[in-house]
Design a protein around this ligand. Structure first.
Ligand code: ZN
Length: 129
């Protein structure tokens, strides 16, 4: 998910990619590329979450993706009774994203961790992962 926000200090617009996994996994700090101000976020990298945070993260992710998946499935089955090709064409992509998210979740977590480690604990405001 592409997120747009503004620096709290210099009002520069930031655009960065955010997997938006329940929003608790992310860069703990974002540093503005323009004015170099460090901003604390409400997120943390997966490695630094406590056990409760990790459980909550997986629970939220599976619940969210499960809802999309079964929602898509439910609609496909419904449409199948009327027009199968249209149902599959329209709703199969909806089911594809939650599956892809779950499969690539570890890669997303590691990519974020690598980038945060490389910078020394933060992400630049224009970095994407
Ligand atoms: Zn700034």
């Amino acid at each position: 998910m592409l997120r747009t926000t503004r620096c709290g200090k210099c009002r520069t617009v930031w655009e960065y990619m955010n997997p938006d996994r329940g929003s608790i996994v992310g860069a703990p700090f974002i540093k503005c590329r323009n004015c170099l101000t460090m901003h604390k976020t409400t997120m943390n990298t997966y490695k630094n979450l406590n056990l409760f945070g990790k459980i909550w993260f997986w629970f939220g992710t599976i619940l969210q993706d499960g809802l999309y998946f079964f929602g898509g499935l439910f609609i496909i089955v419904g449409v199948l009774f009327y027009n199968a090709p249209i149902g599959i064409l329209i709703f199969a992509p909806i089911m594809y994203f939650p599956i892809k998210n779950i499969i690539t979740l570890n890669q997303q977590i590691e990519a974020l961790q690598d980038l945060v480690d490389k910078n020394g604990g933060f992400l630049w405001s224009d970095e994407q992962y």
